[in-house]
Design a protein around this ligand. Sequence first.
Ligand code: FAD
Ligand code: NAD
Length: 479
Amino acid sequence: MAGKFDLVVVGSGPAGYVCAIRAAQHGLKTACIEKWTDNSGKSKLGGTCLNVGCIPSKTLLESSQRYSDAAKNFDDHGIKIDNVSMDIEKMLTRKDNIVSKLTQGVAGLFKANGVTLLQGKAKILAGKKIEITQQNSQTKTIEAENIVIATGSVPIDIPPAPVNHDTIVDSTGALEFKQVPKRLGVIGAGVIGLELGSVWGRLGSEVTVLEALPDFLPAADQQIAKEAAKIFKKQGLDIYLGARVTGSEVKGNEVIVTYLDTKNKETKKTFDKLIVAVGRKPYTENLLAPDCGINLDERCSIFVDDQCQTDVPGIYAVGDVVRGPMLAHKGSEEGIMVADLIAGKTAHMNYDLIPSVIYTHPEIAWVGKTEEELKASGEAYKTGTFAFAANGRALATNDSEGLVKVISSEKTDQVLGVHVIGPAAAELVQQGVIAMEFVASTEDLALTIFSHPTVSEAVHEAALAVDGKAIHAINRKRK
Ligand code: FAD
Ligand code: NAD
């Protein structure tokens, strides 16, 4: 390892590895430090996203949906399958193989782009020095012109339900159940609770979700959230809102959870497994020497400005460890922005257009403003909706629950928000992101030609509906 690096990235999750690759593409001498190793001591790249987050969860969501289709839904198509059964071990092995393929892919990309991989746990010292503690406990110190901290996040623990990695698990444990729990409890009706609750629910668990807040999906547009609550209830997800967990007791293979409802009435529920999914917190354990000059904000994230610069010039932080939504694509974009800035390019990121997706069935996805946010801000707006029940492709695929909602400015018609619950919502919302990035109006969307038959036509019709011009639905009279 000769000489000083132009850039050292700490952490190889989607924020860190993307940053390192882009920096190397700019010709910067770049290294990435990663502490995570497999059983053989080899570095595991890709962070939470590839190893225990986005990819393994989406893999199990896909497998469980196919199982559920085979067991329940194919009959609607006139396809009879008797005695559908599952092989959980094979399902988990498939997931693990996909994870390995992708993490090895990152290693290959590092090699191809000339990024130096350094194994160990990094600590930022004063003067842009980094101490690395390797697996054999030996330490070495390196220097860098620039440092990017991308150390990610870890699950939040709550005292009434401490994770024991057996009956009470976090999201990582919930990707590894060796058999389908009969009674599954989930604390938190957020993204992880809904996605992993869906996985095991589709495979046969009776799922109970306990959510402390009185509202369901408060960050989503409430028309969409209400539709989602209705659909999930029909699917058998038993969601209790305003349920504050006060304690848990592990008895043999069971866990008894106590919670208070909105009227402060105490209730107990018994589960075979309990997933705690109450959010994640920035990971900065033993990361910052007291005199390194980097500060945290009030939420214990690393404090950064709009361009992810910390309080120390030349040291940046990106991804889950800084403010903003904890999403892989948000971190990756920050990583790219920072690599470009370090290489002397102009760079910016549009924080207003970070899409959110919940990969349930149907999927829920949105970008931009919700109706509730616009009401609160006083900005005049108009809305158009279109139900998938009137979309030919959605009916053909037997996937016609949900709707698309487009919101635009009353004054200029500029699209301000696109909200979807329904088939391929994650892909459809991307059309909204592109439209909004190019400052499109609903008229622009209305004038765009959409292929027939596609579920995308619902986006077209929702845009047309904003001005009462939908063709395949009866338009609401505008007040
Ligand atoms: P991480 O991915 O957490 O990576 C940080 C890396 O830094 C880790 O490899 C860690 O070992 C390393 N590290 C930490 N400290 C040190 C140190 N001192 N020295 C060396 N290395 C260190 N997001 C989405 O956008 N879409 C999804 O579908 C999605 N699904 C998810 C499902 C689950 C179950 C979970 C848990 C998360 C999901 N997320 C999803 C969130 C997503 O995984 C995170 O937003 C993303 O991984 C954050 O990227 P990051 O690079 O900031 O941090
Ligand atoms: P979250 O913030 O989405 O949801 C946590 C939920 O738990 C909230 O509804 C909260 O009100 C509730 N809660 C908190 N404390 C509670 C308590 N004591 N009792 C009952 N409920 C309680 O967090 P998450 O689902 O754990 O996910 C963590 C992060 O990972 C999120 O920031 C998310 O963005 C990211 N993630 C993203 C995806 C995706 O993009 N599809 C998937 C999984 C995770």
